[in-house]
Design a protein around this ligand. Sequence first.
Ligand code: AMP
Length: 356
Amino acid sequence: MTKPLPSGSTIGIIGGGQLGRMLSVAAARLGYRCHVFDPGALPPAGDTAHAVTTAAYDDQTALRRFAESVDVITYEFENIPTEALDLLQDLRPIHPGREALRISQDRLTEKAFLRGLSLKVAPYADIPDATALDAALAEIGTPAILKTRRFGYDGKGQARIQSPADSAAAWADLHGTALILEGFIDFSHEVSVIAARGLDGSVACFDPGENVHRDGILRTTTVPARLSPAQRSDAILIAAQILNALDYVGVLGVELFVTPQGLVVNEIAPRVHNSGHWTQNGCAVDQFEQHIRAITGWPLGDGARHSDVRMENLIGDDLDRLPELAGARHAALHLYGKTEVKPGRKMGHVNHVLPG
Ligand code: AMP
């Protein structure tokens, strides 16, 4: 075993949202401090971290000072500007590494990478202009989804194309940035695997969870997912293959569509993932601790599940249900400390531990 980072060391976390907050709590439990870097005032992770830098991602002085104050750097979101990473990586190790970020920042690069591993992905085409869109629609067919290649999240930056007649409207909606067209996958349900790889190359996967989205936002994850034993092994093997191909260190989320022809990879996220929050109350070592273990050189937890869980996101006004949820049996509340409630904003989640 590699020697773990000593107790009292500091982990730098880029991004101070709820994922950074829960990472910093897990890090504290393992004897570490966290320094959070976020451009916004009062980030949720600021309450639980040892130090916070509030600065823009192009503030080179702040980035340098941040890196010099930490022992290892990780992140809670993948859209970190390349120039910031160039500067940081010369000063401290960054886990997961640059290759995972490069691939997951761009849907086109990501699809090509996955196809290169012989994994199934939706049919896709690069869309540099309106003519390319019509040509791709003729080839891929409808329904299809036009998506921005970069900076999409929670269903943002996407336009459904039900028939070729919708093509102009979808183009008008999204053009001006790099785009990709994806054929629509006729899936029965969506699952995800949260997997981890340690500094020594060992891999541990959590059980696949079944995800329900509404308006492009994750609503619930239920574990176990409806999968046959063969599909379950497939899901885990796919995640492990991706981790090894990237020489990855840390936790990775892999979203999959379940179809009669097999599992189709939708996307990968090089970080802890909303669909892995159930692990907080379903496993001895949750995804946040697993990530901290991986990047600091600890042995990984084995990922085994001690309880079935249904994770429910609390979005916007869902917070009005707090009195009822707080009194519910076997319901563990996780709130993010956000003071402003907005429609579509993730305010917290609740893990309903299901009777065994
Ligand atoms: P994404 O941001 O790519 O994860 O898309 C958000 C949600 O849109 C997914 O979880 C799916 O429910 C749906 N979706 C995205 N791409 C496709 C596709 N190619 N076929 C069918 N549904 C999709």
